[in-house]
Structure formats: structure tokens, C-alpha cells
Design a protein around this ligand. Sequence first.
Ligand SMILES: *Cc1c(COP(=O)(O)O)cnc(C)c1O
Length: 458
Amino acid sequence: MEIPFAESYRIKMVEPIRRSTREERIQWIKEANYNLFNLRSNQVFIDLLTDSGTGAMSDKQWAAMMLGDESYAGASSYYNMKNAIKNILGFDYFLPTHQGRAAENVLFSVLVKEGDVVPGNSHFDTTKGHIEFRKAKALDVTIDEAKDTQAEHPFKGNLDLNKLEDALKTYPKEKVPFILVTITNNTSGGQPVSMENIRGVRQLCDKYGISLFIDSARFAENAYFIKMREKGYADKTIKAIVAEIFAHADGMTMSSKKDAIVNMGGFIAMKSKKLFQEASVYNIMFEGFITYGGMSGRDMNALAQGLDEGTEFETLETRIKQVEYLGNKLIEYGIPIQRPIGGHAVFVDAKKMLSHIPKEQFVAQTLGIELYIEGGIRGVEIGAILADRDPETRENRFPDLELLRLAIPRRTYTNNHMDVIAAALKNVYDRRTEIKSGVRILTEAPIMRHFTVELERI
Ligand SMILES: *Cc1c(COP(=O)(O)O)cnc(C)c1O
């Protein structure tokens, strides 16, 4: 018989998690003002809030931590990170930062001014926040197929090159500091961008004299999809594909809490020495000296090792097959999810599942609350709450998609946990017509409101 697939690791350390009762959860989510971010972690059984910083480090990463060099300047850990970035990603210059959004803050302090436009494929929420905070515009030029959760497209994260070129014709060059390609495209469902598309963006960058930056949190997962789906890449190693991706870019920002499999850390990497020097000033102001930038030596060591492991085929295959396993279970149960199944998460189409709840009542958030009550599982809303209000009109923005993201931490849960998630969601699906209404906002922050919003049930 065919031998089934199994994980490419075994488990050496465990962390207990606790089941709770439905009554407890009903009480806790009320006390949390129906914001899943406000729950305590011990009130959650399976935590799918994010795959960011929640992965399990390897024996080699923990060993590297013990060798961390905590010197203020010139630590060996800094050079380990520098070598990993040069060898795997190909950049000569880099600045460590404490996480991805800090990398954005430093880089955008140099590059983004009031009135600028930054075209890209569904900018990540903190990225959009850092652009809009500077009174610039994040212009989404993702392909239209991304809006249809049922459309099968191998590279649904792609940029629409026609929309992009229109934007480059519309806005003067001085107003477009760079084009930002996010791999994989989280906001539209963990969907990859093809090498062909990256090449096409590069050609437009060259034609219009604009730089290309890559928001790279899940670059290795993106490379895995290129290997599996794009013609000509099946026989290439992940590391070769990664090198080819970044050869097209002028620079990158990185949240290392994703594909570098560390609990905290980030960086900016670039080809230009001048940009490195300009960004160094802000790095020192916001993050720390340029050889640690908000990171401990031990964390830089773990990151260097994580970049190597995270770009190994076996690591990615194990991870992405687990996400697929969950996605296929949900499809089997008839639950509408974003297709094809993405890299780091399964995205449930809340509008399709709770079609009777009006969008003004925050459909994906409502589904997230119900799944928590059902199984102690914490997902996250990717919908109208996350979309924030329009910075000019202050009206709610209602995106085309209302998704509940179930992000799978790396190397953390087993497939038994995936079975629990699928069963709980099936139960919510079966009683969906009994869910009569959604939630309304009581208090909210002016920007990135989803983290702290307080809600009540209607
Ligand atoms: C997580 C993430 C960020 C922000 O990084 P943090 O480490 O959470 O600050 C930016 N862009 C993308 C695509 C991300 O996934």
C-alpha cells in the first residue's frame, strides 16, 4: 500500500493546553467585548489568531540561542544574520528591527512622503497603516480573480500589470516611491505571486524608473508554490527560487516571525548603500544600534538558523500539507473557503456561510465569535473591522470579502487539532440559521482599530 505522508520532525518538548466549557467561553468572550484579541491565551484551546511568532523553534535554533552574543556593537550574532541574509536572499545591506512593522516604519520614514502613492497587491494591515499614517495612499492593484473565493487560480496573489501600468501613467514618478509586492498575499488569502508576475512588475519598474520592494513575511511559502505550480520550477530547490525572487527586488522588509520561524524579529534588506545609510539614522532612532536594531543576540542567532530551515523543502512541505489537510476537511464538510487553499491559513468565506447577516453587522467577526464559543478556537477577522474607516470620509469601508482567517502556527499543532477545528466549524455551519444577528462597535481607535475595538452583540 502507499505509505502516507508524515511530518518531517518529531516532538521533543510539549506545552499543555486546556479545554474549557461552552459556558466559560460565553462568559469570557463577553468580558473580552467580543474582540478575540482581548481573550487570555489560557481561555483558548487552539489558537489560530496568527501564525506570527507562534511557531515551534527547532533544536538547532534553541542551541543557536545559547550561543547568542549580546555585545552592543558588532556581535557575532549580527554577522550570522548578515551572512544568512546575503547567502539566502542575496542582499549586501541589512538592518535588524524588532519585527516587520518596525522595518516598515524605518524604511517608509526614508521613502514615503505626504501625497505619495504606493501601488501593491493588497497591502498588509500594518503596511497600509504606515503608509496612510504618512498621508500617502496604498493603491491595491491585485488581480480581480482574488475577489472571487471560488475562482481556482494558481497565483491569486498576483498584481494586475495593466492596473499597475495605468497607475504608473496616472501618477508622476516623484509621487511613487516604490512598488510593493507582498509574498504571499495575506489579505487576499495567503495566495502566492508567480515568478512571471514578479518579472513583469520588475519590467514595469525599469520602464518607469521606480524601485521594487518585497514585503516578504512568507517568501518561502511563496517559493514552495512556485516550485509546485509554475512551469519550469519543479526541479529547482526552494533556495534557488528564493534567490531568483529577490534578484528582481531593490529591497525587502521582513517579519521574521513568519517564515524565519522565530518568536520575535524582523529586518530590512537592500542593495543600495545610500538607502542603507539613510535608513540607519531612523533605525538608530526607533530600534537601536544598526548591529542589533531591537533584537537580542540570541534572537538574531535563532533567526539566522530559522532562515536556513524555513527555506528547506521538507519544512515547507510538512507545513503546507497540514494547511491543505484542514482545508480539504472543510471542503468535504461543505464549508465555503477561499480556493485554492493558501499557504499559512485557511480562509473561511463568512459572507457565504452567514449570508443572512448584513455587512454592517461585521459578518466575519460574528463567525469568529461563534467558532470560539463552539470549540475554544480563536481565528481572526479579515473583513470590515480590519479594513478601517476611509481616512478622508471616515465612513466604514466594506471590502468585497469577509473572511475568517484560521492561521496555522508552524510545527505547533497536530492533525488531530485540525480535526477538532473542522468539526467545530461544521457544527457552526449546521446551526448557521440560528445565528440571527452580528455585532456593533462601541469604541474604536482611529487607525488599526481591529486590535482594540470593543463590540456588543445585536
Ligand atoms: C506580519 C506581517 C507584517 C508585519 O510584521 P510584524 O512582525 O507583525 O510587525 C507585514 N507584512 C506582512 C505581509 C506580514 O505578514
